[in-house]
Every structure is written in structure tokens, then in C-alpha cells.
Design a protein around this ligand. Structure first.
Ligand code: NAP
Length: 291
């Protein structure tokens, strides 16, 4: 079977152009402040530094202003809370993110709860997470929104389809399971959310029309675990000196799936551009209030 690749990098480029046009029309032409994203990074985790650098590059490409606060390794929880307080109060910051994972001495829940939900462009605060579950307009977590936008732009219908998600993390698996099962846009799929305690995952994946793999194990989903014609979305990113791999065993799935996201160039660029989209949404909300 011919497998079509879902090029997130091409769709992300399309969306970047759309965002630039909106910034020009709704902000620059009306002499309003350009959108401003805050980023708080803690410690020296190399993956986190790479993710943050990529986000900064995206901001620069598109003309979104950014401010980076980098707290050194072994920073205290209070120091991070203090920076969050400043971002919450700063009227020039439209939205901000705290890059995860945090160091072990910092309580992640406390950090998420301290972010002003109106500036929570990652969509992790319970107020935004709750709104997402209740079909109320809000910021959606970037990876989940990125995957659904990718499917939408390729005109792949999810309504009525059976979706199996592997991995239930707060940032990927769980939000996507909520969005895809909603009775609204991006929804109406029948969703099974699997995880490390699910026995016999192949039982589910073999029946699935759509499989989303966010398990954090390179090559986890093999061709023999899917049915012919399934749509496979690979969220995983693993890099070694030689190459970047995903959570899907690309070569055994390619030729059996109808659609497949490549790694790199699939979900990653979509995630990054959705953060910009959320930042634009926060900025437009704020400029509305400035009137
Ligand atoms: P995570 O927080 O480590 O969660 C992994 C999930 O997989 C957990 O729910 C875990 O189950 C489940 N799991 C682990 N082993 C399993 C097994 N043998 N069988 C079934 N389920 C299993 O990971 P994450 O943050 O969601 O990230 C997943 C992957 O996506 C990583 O490679 C990460 O780098 C990548 N990622 C990519 C992007 C992007 O933009 N492309 C964005 C975010 C993350 P339990 O809940 O039971 O522990």
C-alpha cells in the first residue's frame, strides 16, 4: 500500500505565513504592540535548551517578541515562583511558558497553578484544561492542537473513526484524548487511551483507524501491530549521534499505513507553530481589552 507522509514542516510553514499576515493586519497596521512571549527555563537539561532555542528561532522568524529568563541549575522553587509572578504582572508579556521537565526539588503542580490562566499559552493550567474538556474556547496544549491541525489540513476526517492513543501524559496523550472525543470541532472520534498498565496493546492498535504514539520509546509501534490503511502519528523524538528517531518503527509501518508522520518534520514543527498561534491568540485578546 502507498503510505503518504504527513509533512508537518510544510503545514507549519503555511500556518506561520497566516500568523504573520494576522500580525500585520490586526497589530502592526493598527499601531498596536507586537505579541510578546515569555519563556522561563530552569537548569541545563540539554533537550530543554534545544526546545527553548527552537521556540526562540520560531519567534524571531515570525516577528513575535520574546523574553527569556534562564534560572541556573539548583534554583529554588521560590525563585521560579518569583519569576512567574513577574511574568503574570508584566503588562507587556501576552503569554508565557515554563519549560518542562523541572528539577526534582520543584513541585510541578505548584508551578502550573501559579501561572495566570490568561497567559498560560501552553494550556496546562487546570482552568484551561477544564475548559478544553468542556468545549469552551481556550488555549489547547500545543502538541495536541498541532496533531489535530495537521490532520485537518490534510483533510483527514476523524469523526466516526476509532483512535488509539499510546501514552497518557498531561502534555500529549491526555489532552489529545480529550480533544478527539469531544462533541465538537476536531472531535467525534471513539478514543481508547492506553498506557504502561494496558495489557496487550496490539489488541487495540490492530483495530484502530488512527494511532497516536506518544510513549517515549524509540520504534515502539511496529508494522505488525497495525491494520492495513491505518493513519499513524508519531509524537516521539529521540536523538543519537547518527539520527533522530520516533516512537514508530518507520520502516515496518511504512507501506502498511495509509498516512504516517515522519520524524523529524512531522509533529515537532506543528507543536512549535501552535505555541505561536496561542501567543497570537493571547495578544489579540489583550489588544481587544486595550481598546
Ligand atoms: P511521558 O510523560 O514519558 O509519558 C509516556 C507515556 O507512555 C506514559 O503515559 C506511560 O504510561 C506510557 N508508556 C510508557 N511505557 C509504555 C509501554 N511499554 N506501553 C504502553 N505505554 C507506555 O512522555 P511524553 O512527554 O508524553 O512524550 C512522549 C514522547 O513524545 C517522547 O519521545 C517525547 O520526547 C516526545 N514529545 C514530542 C513532542 C513533539 O512536539 N514532537 C512534544 C512532546 C513530547 P504511564 O502513564 O503508565 O507511565
Amino acid at each position: 500500500m502507498t503510505t503518504k507522509l504527513l509533512y508537518g514542516n510544510l503545514i507549519a510553514k503555511e500556518i506561520r505565513n497566516e500568523i504573520s499576515k494576522i500580525i500585520e493586519k490586526e497589530i502592526l497596521n493598527k499601531d498596536k504592540r507586537i505579541p510578546h512571549l515569555g519563556i522561563i527555563l530552569t537548569g541545563n537539561n540539554s533537550s530543554s535548551i534545544t526546545y527553548v532555542n527552537n521556540k526562540i528561532k520560531e519567534c524571531k522568524n515570525i516577528g513575535i517578541k520574546y523574553s527569556l529568563i534562564h534560572l541556573p541549575i539548583n534554583s529554588l522553587e521560590n525563585e521560579l515562583l518569583e519569576e512567574i509572578k513577574k511574568m503574570n504582572k508584566n503588562p507587556h508579556i501576552d503569554g508565557f511558558i515554563v519549560q518542562f521537565p523541572l528539577e526534582k526539588n520543584i513541585n510541578q503542580d505548584k508551578i502550573i497553578l501559579s501561572i495566570n490562566p490568561k497567559k498560560d499559552v501552553d494550556g496546562f493550567h487546570p482552568e484551561n484544561f477544564g475548559k478544553m474538556a468542556l468545549d469552551i474556547k481556550t488555549f489547547f496544549p500545543a502538541t495536541a492542537l498541532g496533531i489535530l491541525t495537521l490532520l485537518e489540513r490534510y483533510k483527514i476526517k476523524i469523526s466516526g473513526k476509532y483512535t488509539v492513543i499510546i501514552g497518557r501524559s498531561r502534555i500529549v496523550g491526555r489532552p489529545i484524548s480529550i480533544l478527539m472525543s469531544r462533541k465538537s470541532n476536531f472531535g467525534n472520534s471513539t478514543v481508547t487511551l492506553t498506557h504502561s498498565k494496558t495489557p496487550n496493546i496490539e489488541y487495540y492498535t490492530k483495530q484502530a483507524d488512527i494511532i497516536i504514539v506518544a510513549v517515549g520509546i524509540p520504534g515502539f509501534l511496529k508494522g505488525e501491530m497495525i491494520k492495513k490503511g491505518a493513519i499513524v502519528i508519531d509524537v516521539g523524538i529521540h536523538s543519537n549521534e547518527k539520527k533522530i528517531l520516533g516512537d514508530v518503527d518507520f520502516y515496518s509501518v511504512y507501506g502498511k499505513a495509509s498516512y504516517l508522520t515522519p520524524v523529524p518534520g512531522g509533529v515537532g514543527p506543528m507543536t512549535r507553530v501552535m505555541l505561536l498561534k496561542n501567543t497570537l491568540m493571547a495578544a489579540l485578546n489583550n489588544r481587544q481589552k486595550d481598546k
